[in-house]
Design a protein around this ligand. Structure first.
Ligand code: ATP
Ligand code: MG
Length: 558
């Protein structure tokens, strides 16, 4: 990752790792993991954790596990497991055969619980959830000990086995760690380790009636896998004393937890619960809707894994909470697309142009670079014909003074074409332009212009004879508020941008578009960067605009 701290380089976690290697801790071994809960698809925030874990281990010759933290059967599904794997591979990372599941550790965790009961460090509590929460106290007021706290080890062992045998109802009792009800850290006030859940699990079916809580599974899973550095986000900082307590009492492998700040981006939400709500209530077309901040959505939108990696590496790793400007992400995306995108001409909102002095069946073959930044991308040939399409916005009957495109009597250059002069135009009864008639200057051909005519504007066009119909989908940010979750008195859905998707079904593209491969990135001249949508077929071409050409972020820096 980028060196963004003091000498020696590397961010603070990198420095911790280097000093652990220097001191010979764990024999200099580095082993990290990415631990998603399969209760939704991954979002751009997760990519920070993925990139951090995989890159750090690789940098020091270590390994990274993929571990599904699947301790809550109510929310987890196999399709999320598959989606998560696809997304990590797409980002460019590989966990070899180290694919693990917290649910595979249920038997070990059960044994750990027995061990704590036998040490007198865990007990079965029959208090109701309401009673428990009342007795927990507040951060400033100590909690009260449960009346069940002094149960004998024998009673606790028997009751815990009966919990697993299905002899109690959901919510009737739980297993709690016996720590300290007056600890200033609420997580140390006899936290719940096991609860009864009668929901089948996506991998273990109905075998288990009791499930470990996240807090009793997460840290222990790291220890079981002998993870040396357990990297997680800041909200787990207060849980660390609890995880360390479990490690000490159970005498298991001492994984070291290190917290870093989550990635937050403005104009979006990054909580899986909220994303699930958007999907379930059909505010978007699914987890891979191109407006979603999910990796599946961003992939469909046309983001490249390279751009996402560059963005995360550029941000670096710190403990300070902050919100990143969406336009920085878009800036990084443009940098990558500008290098790889094939240039094409597509008219999104066409008006017809007829060239009066162009011979009826004549055609001019115009060579055009596929990517002026990359000579190896080669050239294509575009046929210039008597009838063309230009953008509706590129012709105005009575334009303002700074307008350099086509106007009655005015001149404009067609990119990879000729200079045109507007002779007249036709309007329908409502004043809408139907057709523009122009003359062209044969000696003004691009690349060999001897006409001497000076024009200020250059516009794109598509031959009416050869153009192919395409559907264009233009996206804008999903929310029109910088922090949709930041309003205590208002629901985040109120800030959904009603104009986040604009469908353009009349677009026309140059015919080389037909050769598009789903992976290819395009720059449609003057209109932005585009990629073919997953629903696109040769009979019905659909392109998503990944991002516009305009770069508001680099402007802000000036
Ligand atoms: P969410 O809050 O979106 O539901 P989560 O933390 O519950 O996310 P997990 O599946 O538990 O989702 O996350 C897996 C890993 O990714 C965790 O280590 C978590 O800390 C990390 N992670 C999640 N969101 C972010 C984020 N915005 N920035 C950095 N890391 C994140
Ligand atoms: Mg989580």
């Amino acid at each position: 990752m980028e060196d963004n701290t003091n000498e020696g380089g590397g961010h603070f976690i990198d420095q911790i790792i280097r000093s652990d290697i220097a001191s010979g801790k764990h024999g200099g071994r580095i082993h990290t993991r990415f631990p998603p809960e399969p209760n939704g698809f991954l979002h751009i925030g997760h990519s920070k954790a993925i990139i951090l874990n995989f890159e750090l281990a690789a940098k020091y010759g270590g390994m990274t596990n993929l571990r599904f933290d699947d301790t809550n059967p109510a929310a987890e599904e196999t399709r999320f497991v598959e989606g998560i794997k696809e997304d990590i591979r797409w980002l460019g990372y590989d966990w070899d055969d180290r694919e693990y599941y917290a649910s595979d550790y249920f038997p070990t965790l059960f044994e750990y619980a027995i061990k704590l009961i036998k040490k007198g460090k865990a007990y079965v509590d029959h208090s109701s959830p309401e009673e428990m929460s009342k007795m927990r106290g507040t951060p400033t007021k100590p909690g009260q000990e449960s009346p069940y706290r002094q149960r004998s080890i024998e009673d606790n062992l028997e009751l815990f086995h009966r919990m697993q045998a299905g002899e109690f109802e959901e919510g009737e009792c739980v297993l709690r760690a016996k720590i300290d009800m007056s600890s200033p850290n609420m997580h140390m006030r006899d936290p719940v380790m096991y609860r009864i859940l009668n929901t089948p699990h996506h991998r273990t079916g109905t075998k288990w009636k009791i499930y470990p809580t996240y807090d009793f599974a997460h840290g222990q899973s790291d220890s079981i896998e002998k993870i040396t550095h357990s990297l997680c986000t800041l909200e787990f900082e207060n849980h660390r004393p609890l995880y360390e307590w479990f490690i000490r009492e159970l005498e298991i492998f001492p994984s070291r937890q290190i917290e870093f700040a989550r990635l937050n981006i403005n104009y979006t939400v990054m909580s899986k619960r909220k994303l699930l709500q958007l999907v379930k209530e059909k505010h978007v077309d699914g987890w891979d809707d191109p407006r979603m901040p999910t990796l599946a959505g961003m992939r469909r939108r046309g983001y490249t894994p390279q751009a996402i990696r560059n963005f995360i590496l550029k941000l670096g790793i710190a403990k300070r909470k902050h919100i990143i400007d969406l336009s920085l992400l878009e800036h990084t995306l443009r940098e990558d697309l500008n290098n790889i995108a094939l240039r094409r001409m597509v008219v999104i909102d066409p008006i017809r142009v007829v060239i009066s002095n162009f011979p009826e069946h004549h055609e001019e073959a115009m060579p055009a670079d596929n990517n002026p930044r990359d000579p190896e991308a080669g050239k294509r040939t575009i046929q210039f014909t008597k009838e063309l399409y230009i953008e509706r916005a590129d012709f105005m009957v009575d334009p303002p003074s700074k307008y350099h495109r086509l106007r009655p009597g005015g001149f404009v250059r067609l990119k990879h074409g000729f200079i045109l002069q507007c002779e007249h135009y036709q309007q329908d009864s409502e004043g809408k332009i139907i057709e523009v008639t122009c003359k062209y200057f044969p000696e003004s051909k691009s690349g060999s212009d001897t006409s001497g005519i000076k024009v200020k504007g250059v516009i794109h066009w598509v031959s009416a004879k050869y153009g192919v119909p395409i559907e264009i989908r233009l996206y804008d940010r999903l929310f029109n508020d910088e922090n949709p979750l930041g309003h205590a008195d208002r629901d985040f859905l109120e800030f959904l941008n009603p104009d986040s998707l604009k469908l353009c079904t009349n677009a026309i593209g140059e015919p080389s578009i037909l050769e598009a491969n789903k992976q290819d990135r395009y720059q449609f001249l003057r209109n932005g960067y585009f990629v073919q949508d997953t629903e696109s077929t040769p009979g019905h071409l659909i392109f998503n605009r990944t991002v516009t050409l305009r770069d508001s972020w680099s402007k802000k820096q000036k």
